[in-house]
Design a protein around this ligand. Structure first.
Ligand code: KIV
Ligand code: NA
Length: 265
């Protein structure tokens, strides 16, 4: 396996090869994701929901993100690993943003970082890029600003918001981001953005006219089961399969079926 780099991804877009991306937050899962040939692994701040059970992504800390990222990094041989800068670790000023990005790179060994937002965090992105740290942008639905919007509904349906999003995407390309995640926006708009820039656009709920797709691992393997957005394709139903297996175990212990002769010393 040849390591995927930010350069590989830009070449993939140029060659019309789609980019596959999934989240992972721990060693065991990351090993499976990497081994399956997924191009980019995102240590998302969705760990706040998926791993810690918080209602939003806001509570997860930089230290916790570094813990998840370092576990993932130990498992990965091929994929490019991107780590979310969590809420509160980059919004106050560019120096703080750079300090947080450096901590992630140094303490976890990750390959790049992702920040939510456009023009409002331009200076922070430039600082991080100037230090040689690759940055992935994230526009559209940005879960760290959920309380500003109040809902997780589709973004940029209005013309003004759509125009701003295109401008932000062009700005992110201009300052030097290597890719952009577009979350939950109309497919036609996402396609237009992908055609307006030379860096890869990775969509989640952004249709098929973009350069790659990302999903939250635990959602796409059906470990979570109370979340049914239209964009989510479930490849497994692990919630049900695991519940079945685990109740079988309980039954086997209760009935003294487990362990049997060959399962003891
Ligand atoms: O944290 C996350 O999982 C993400 C993806 C949904 C893009 O940012
Ligand atoms: Na995220």
């Amino acid at each position: 396996y040849k390591r995927i780099t930010v350069k590989t991804l830009i070449d993939m877009k140029a060659n019309g090869e789609k980019i596959s991306m999934l989240t992972a937050y721990d060693y065991t899962m990351a090993k499976i994701v990497d081994g399956a040939g997924v191009d980019v692994i995102l240590v998302g701040d969705s760990a706040s929901n998926v791993m810690a059970g918080h209602e939003t992504t806001l509570p997860i800390t930089l230290d916790q993100m570094i813990y998840h990222a370092s576990s993932v990094i130990r498992a990965v041989h091929r994929a490019l690993v991107v780590v979310d800068l969590p809420f509160g670790s980059y919004q106050s000023d560019p120096k703080e943003a750079l300090r947080s990005a450096i901590r992630i790179m140094k303490e976890s060994g990750a390959h790049s970082v992702k920040l939510e937002g456009g023009r409002e965090i331009k200076e922070s992105i430039k600082r991080i890029l100037n230090a040689g740290i690759p940055v992935m942008g994230h526009l559209g639905l940005t879960p760290q600003s959920i309380y500003k919007f109040g809902t997780y509904t589709v973004r940029a349906k209005e013309e003004k918001e759509a125009e701003d999003l295109i401008e932000d995407a062009k700005m992110l390309e201009k300052v030097g981001c290597f890719a952009i995640v577009l979350e939950k926006i109309p497919a036609a708009l996402a396609k237009k953005v992908a055609e307006s820039v030379n860096i890869p656009i990775i969509g989640i709920g952004a249709g098929n006219g973009v350069d790659g797709q990302v999903l939250v691992l635990h959602d796409m393997i059906g470990m979570t089961h109370e979340f049914h957005p239209r964009f989510l394709r479930r490849y497994l139903n692990l919630y049900e399969d695991m519940t079945g297996a685990l109740s079988q175990y309980v039954e086997d212990v209760k009935s003294s079926d487990f362990p049997n002769e060959s399962e003891q010393y």
